[in-house]
Structure formats: C-alpha cells, structure tokens
Write a protein that binds this ligand. Sequence first.
Ligand code: HEM
Length: 274
Amino acid sequence: MPVQKASATLADPAFTIPPVPTGGPSAGINWLRRHVARFANGAEHDRRRLQVTSILATVDLAGLRRLAAEHTRAVLDDADGRPVDLMAQVARVVPIDVLVAALGAPSVRASAVAVAAKAYQPGSGPEEPADEAVRELVEAFGGTPDESVAAKIALLVQACDATAGLVGNAALAMLRADTNRPVETIVAETLLQDPPVRMTRRLAAKTGTVVAVDLATSGLPFGAGPHQCPGRDHATAITIGILESVEGYQLTDLNINYEPSTALRIPAKLVIVR
Ligand code: HEM
C-alpha cells in the first residue's frame, strides 16, 4: 500500500474515507461503522461529527482528570503492594469508566467497548463477538440503533485503544526516566515521540486506491483535517490524571512487548509495583 504524507493528505478533499462493508445485523459492528462520523464523508460526516463534538463539549475536563486519578488510585490501593498490570487493570479500564460516568450510562461495560474496538477498523478483528458487543452497547444506551446512540458508542470505541496506548507509552516514558518532569510534559512529549496511533487510511479519488497515511512521524498524533480527533483534550486530561496516580511506582520488567498491530502502538503489559 503506498504511504502518503499526513499533513498534505488529510486536508485534501481528493482523499476520502474508504467505504465500509455492507450487511451484518441491525445493531452490530457493521451497523456501527455505517452510522459514525469516523467512516463517513461530506455532509453525513459533518452532521455526525457535530453530534460527537456536542457531547464532548458537555464534559468537564478537570473533572475527567480528577476522576481518572481517583479510579487509578483505587486500583493501585486495592492491590495493596502486589504488582499491578497497568495495561489490563488501568489503561484499558479507567479511560472508558470515566467517559461512561461522564456520559451518564452506568450499565456500559468497558469489556464490551474493548471487544467492539478490536474490530472497529474493517478487517482488524473478529466480527462475531464485536456484533454481540455492539448489540449490548446499543441496549445500554436505550436500545434504539440510531445515529445519536452510534455517536455515544463511537466516543467510547474511539477512545478505547488509542487512549490505552497513550497511557501505556506515556507511563513507560515516565517510569523509565530518572528525572521528575511534570506529567503534562511527559504526555506532550510522548504524543510527538511515541504516539499510539501510527497510521490511518484514505481512498485516493484519482486512482481509486487505498493509501496508508503515516501519523507516527508527522507530528500529528491526533490526525488533521475534517476527521481530526475531537477527543484530544479529553484523552490528554484522562492520561495526565492516570499518570499522576502512577508517579512513584516502578516497572518490574523493562523488556516491553507490544500488541500486534501496524496501526497502533500499545504495550501489551506493564507491570508496576510501589
Ligand atoms: C477520550 C479519548 C478519545 C476520544 C473520545 C476520541 C474520539 C475520536 C473520534 C470520535 C474520532 C472520529 C472523528 C471524525 O471522524 O470526525 C477520532 C479520530 C481520531 N482520533 Fe481520537 N479519540 C480519543 C483519543 C485519541 C487518542 C489518545 C489518539 C492518539 C493520540 C487519537 C487519535 C485519533 C486520530 C488520529 C483520529 C483521526 C483518524 C483519521 O483521520 O483517519 N484519539 N477520535
């Protein structure tokens, strides 16, 4: 697949979002893809994006940061000195839990969001469990599979892997370093030096081919153009909150493996101890 420069491609209307598959159950992963801003173009994208940004605008960023710090502290306190896998017990759970609290949908399970997120990009993961997870998420948001429910599910699904990766990569930078830099600085540096979302795709109108767009070396960790991440401030607030509670902990193993993915860079496991 040809690789394009992010800054030029993402703002160019000649490069659009590739079409998503048709078919599937009435409230499954294909339904989700066909009803969210992420996979839409033009006026349809504008309308759905407005739904997402309107929801995000109601969320108090300082509150999100505080809640993320509190949830993380609770997980670490519960461990009572035993080692904790920061990825499984914090990075993959806390961001979703605090967003769910902010959206006022207490019955949403972070594990259902994770299963849907695995298959969100067409071809990235198993569809059947994702169909079941999306069905569960539609029920949790009232049961009607419409665009406004899709927007809420999309927020959680989009946040899931990307924020887990940001938390993991920033925690690694913080815990490996021997300096006491502010967590805000560590997160800002991680976004430029070790971003969690490495690439995206666009359809080139001229040739009809799908191209890979490099985000890892572009200095655009949240993308650019009409689909630029609307959750940037939320993701940053949550990550900073989590890191505040992890300060002072140590990694038990400096040998880090990453989840198998070309588009995402997410540590598979980060075991920490007081
Ligand atoms: C609270 C956490 C997050 C939320 C709610 C969120 C939400 C979203 C949404 C709704 C979109 C689709 C926007 C559209 O198509 O118009 C999006 C796109 C995107 N997000 Fe996020 N996101 C979050 C975290 C992150 C993080 C941590 C990163 C990476 C540092 C990230 C990187 C991106 C990128 C690169 C895109 C654009 C993809 C493309 O243009 O193909 N997001 N995000």
